[in-house]
Design a protein. Structure first.
Length: 279
């Protein structure tokens, strides 16, 4: 999935660059008649920048002798736009050996900008490619797992696809679970095993006392089914809602368990998204 957004976004790259080029041409037409700084892009991603180098579709399938120079010239004009993230990925993928360490670091920073990726997702959404927008927005989340707005955008895209209900994210990923998270008495309950495994914790079940225990980094949390009493490293804690068994899976109050395991927990109310990440 890491590379897929680049392919999905290629169709909107042309529109983005053309818009920027048209503006640049308008601003310079009176003082630079006879000269053109317009970046010409079509859907095949054929690009010519400043006359120094030409990048054609061959650039992406074969290693052109100087095609990457054209991309380096072009990215200066679109570093803060969606096109910048796309071109940065192309350079890092196809021309890594020809780049300096400084160039690589700069391109990585451009590629990983969650804001740029979110704009790409917006453009795909506006063009009716909601499913593709979802993939790109997931990459935006992974670029910055603490940005709650990115989760909100993804939640709204999911709503368009008919995916309703409480959504759960752990370190930017969506755990696989048999029972969907839900809200009970104002508290969000999530499948215990799914969240524990996502945080790389050890989970054990005691059938005799109907308890579930999770251990991580020297912290042990123990909950009893249908009881509001839990323990953290042996110390009793009172829960607002008890752990329970739903359709054969143990569900627990997400905020208590996550915070007990020293993970941050955020709630995005508009899209009902639970966001957990390790600080």
């Amino acid at each position: 999935m890491k590379k897929r957004w680049m392919v999905l976004a290629s169709c909107v790259l042309a529109t983005s660059l053309m818009a920027g080029s048209a503006l640049a041409k308008s601003e310079t037409s009176h003082s630079n008649e006879g000269k053109s700084d317009v970046v010409k892009v079509n859907v095949d991603l054929k690009l010519k920048a400043d006359g120094d180098a030409t990048v054609t579709s061959d650039t992406y399938g074969n290693q052109g002798h100087n095609g990457y120079k054209g991309l380096l010239n072009a990215i200066d004009n679109v570093a803060d736009k969606p096109a910048g993230a796309v071109i940065a990925e192309l350079l890092l993928t196809k021309y890594e050996t020809q780049l300096t360490a400084e160039q690589k670091a700069e391109l990585e920073a451009i590629k990983e900008k969650d804001a740029a990726l979110s704009v790409v997702a917006d453009l795909l959404d506006q063009n009716g490619s909601v499913t593709d927008a979802v993939y790109v927005q997931k990459e935006a989340i992974l670029a910055n797992i603490t940005n709650l707005d990115s989760y909100k955008k993804l939640g709204k895209l999911y709503d368009k696809l008919g995916k309703k209900g409480v959504k759960l994210y752990v370190n930017g990923e969506e755990p696989v679970f048999e029972v969907a998270p839900f809200i009970r008495e104002g508290n969000t309950l999530v499948p215990f095993r799914a969240i524990s495994e996502a945080l790389k914790a050890t989970v054990t079940w005691n059938a005799e006392e109907r308890s579930v225990t999770v251990t991580r980094d020297g912290i042990t949390v123990k909950l009893f089914i249908d009881s509001k009493i839990a323990t953290v490293n042996g110390k009793e804690v009172t829960l607002e809602v008890p752990a329970a068994i739903e359709e054969g899976s143990t569900v627990v109050p997400v905020r208590f368990v996550s915070e007990a395991l020293k993970a941050a927990v955020k709630w995005e109310a508009e899209t009902q998204s639970v966001v957990i990440y390790e600080e």
